[in-house]
Design a protein around this ligand. Structure first.
Ligand SMILES: Cc1cc2nc3c(=O)[nH]c(=O)nc-3n(C[C@H](O)[C@H](O)[C@H](O)COP(=O)(O)OP(=O)(O)OC[C@H]3O[C@@H](n4cnc5c(N)ncnc54)[C@H](O)[C@@H]3O)c2cc1C
Length: 382
């Protein structure tokens, strides 16, 4: 069918990307009224980074080198737990261990940091301490941190989107954005062909795909760093079943409950990243394409071998599956491991905003930065 036979529809706001951030933002914008359309190129929402991650609801402990990220996590965790209680697993003992060598923090630094951000911390019980090799681990702490169930979160997002009246277009990819009058024109490829849209505002919430979409729209990239990551899913031996462990702070590992599959995830700072690169001008690597077209080979044996030096029982964990996803962060995160969100407005075009999520809980930092009446304001001025 010829392109011109597809009629252009109008919306107040278009949100591109049906991950947790895009869904939350679309429902938030819709609260101001008007037509809000959410585009997701896959056949369901929350199938990419919002599904394939460590499932940790951060409470600050993970960021002893970034006070701000630690403090924001302390503010956001209670909010997340309150809004998504049914998606949160708090049934396990969460443990942070400090490696005796090559750690960026000592146990004393960690204790001081937790006191500064007000995060509860106590010495782990003897039955938990005894699980660790004392030659490799300086101290073991019991903390308050949870995991989320990504499948339940997807269900919660569907309920929220339906209740708020957001129009969700699945299997639909936004290919390009251009200026049109006072607003924007989106070239959209739906399951049945082109679905052009005119919108007052558009939000690029595509995470690892932010820059490929900008590039297709003739807009220079935002400096971002990407890593292809492997999350090994494992069955842990009985003594580790009710425990989530993180060994800090450097080239170590986490073994966390992964509630949506009823197993644990094992990730290792050294072996989880299979490839990394930064976006710069010129040809951009399309992270989703790279992920889909490369036959990745699991590094689970390396993860398990190193992790078992610290937590010997892990030698008996069984590999169930490996999930691969691209992790995208701001280059500045490399300095202090901080995780601020990126929220930029009028990126290359008036009315086009880009959001880079950092972690699940700080979605509230994004919502606070987008006042609800914004849709109406732009509509009035149009
Ligand atoms: C390995 C790993 C471990 C992590 N661990 C944690 C953790 O323990 N705790 C935590 O809080 N955070 C963690 N994170 C970070 C967290 O997962 C992300 O910050 C968050 O999920 C990103 O949400 P999002 O909605 O921006 O991205 P996504 O969930 O990736 O959603 C973006 C969506 O955009 C869609 N899309 C892309 N291009 C287009 C287009 N042109 N048109 C239409 N749709 C498009 C994609 O298909 C995708 O569904 C981790 C991330 C990774 C990768």
């Amino acid at each position: 069918m010829h392109r011109s036979s597809f009629t252009t529809s109008r919306a107040d706001a278009a949100v591109i990307g049906g991950g947790f951030y895009g869904c939350m933002l679309a429902a938030h914008l819709r609260a101001a009224g008007g037509r809000v359309v959410l585009y997701e190129k896959h056949d369901d929402i929350l199938t990419r980074a919002s599904h394939t991650n460590q499932a940790r609801v951060h409470n600050g402990y993970h960021y002893p080198r970034s006070l701000l990220t630690g403090l924001r996590s302390r503010v956001n965790l209670p909010r997340f737990v309150q809004e998504f209680r049914d998606c949160v697993d708090s049934s396990f003992d969460k443990v942070y261990a400090i490696a005796a060598r090559h750690s960026h923090v000592t146990a004393r630094h960690f204790v001081n940091f937790c006191a500064r951000i007000g995060a509860p911390l106590r010495r782990a019980a003897p039955r938990i301490r005894e699980l660790f090799d004392p030659h490799h681990v300086e101290a073991v702490f019991a903390v308050e941190e949870f995991a989320f169930d990504a499948v339940r979160l997807r269900q919660a997002m569907w309920s929220r989107l339906r209740a708020s009246g957001v129009e969700v277009r699945l299997g639909t990819e936004v290919q390009r954005i251009a200026a049109e009058g006072d607003g924007l024109r989106l070239d959209v490829q739906g399951p049945d062909g082109p679905e052009p849209l005119s919108a007052s505002r558009a939000f690029n919430c595509t995470y690892s795909q932010i820059n490929p979409l900008l590039a297709r729209s003739g807009i220079p990239p935002i400096p971002l760093k990407h890593e292809v990551t492997e999350l090994a899913l494992v069955e842990v031996p009985e003594e580790l079943a009710g425990i989530g462990v993180t060994v800090m702070c450097g080239p170590f590992f986490s073994c966390m409950p992964f509630p949506s599959r009823g197993v644990h995830s094992l990730s290792h700072v050294r072996y989880t990243p299979h490839a990394s690169w930064r976006d710069s001008g010129g040809d951009l690597l399309d992270a989703h394409r790279l992920l889909a077209e490369t036959p990745w080979r699991s590094r689970f044996p390396l993860m398990r071998r190193d992790a078992a030096r610290y937590l010997p029982a892990l030698a008996d964990c069984r590999h169930v599956d490996s999930l691969y996803e691209v992790k995208t962060v701001l280059p500045a995160s490399e300095r202090d491991d901080g995780r601020p969100i990126l929220m930029e407005h009028d990126v290359g075009l008036p009315g086009l905003s880009c959001v880079l999520a950092a972690k699940i809980d700080n979605v509230f930092d994004m919502l606070d930065a987008v006042p609800v009446p914004a849709v109406h304001q732009r509509r009035r001025s149009a």
